[in-house]
Write a protein that binds this ligand. Structure first.
Ligand SMILES: [Zn+2]
Length: 119
């Protein structure tokens, strides 16, 4: 009786071990497949790794520049170029992205902050 019990314990342990191995292999595969996170510029639609783009975030009613990509809220991305910031103002891209009226002073503030953060 005790032998049977021992067997079943070993079986159980082996199964656990097999489960661990499967989980480990799965996470290894996942990390191999991981691509650098790409985001699309909301103005020119170019895809880039996200640290090359400038993040803007909307949380509640306030729309702000998110230099460190760390603020909460709904984020959108724009190239750090004059071409794209000009497009953002002329096409009022933030209105479209956030589906609301964004005042021109908000655009002015964000664009001047973007320009201040360019090299
Ligand atoms: Zn762009």
């Amino acid at each position: 009786m005790s032998k049977i019990n021992n067997f079943s314990v070993i079986d159980y342990k082996n199964n656990m071990f097999a489960d661990c191995m499967t989980t480990q292999k799965y996470s290894e595969n996942k990390s191999l497949m991981r691509q650098p996170t790409e985001r699309t510029c909301m103005c020119c639609r170019l895809k880039m790794t996200k640290h090359k783009l400038i993040r803007i975030t909307k949380y509640g009613a306030s729309i702000e520049l998110d230099i460190k990509h760390s603020k909460i809220g709904r984020g959108c991305y724009v190239c750090p170029t004059k071409k794209c910031t000009d497009l953002m103002i002329s096409k009022k891209t933030l209105n479209r992205v956030y589906k609301c009226d964004v005042e021109s002073c908000v655009y002015d503030k964000i664009v001047s902050q973007i320009i201040a953060n360019l090299d």
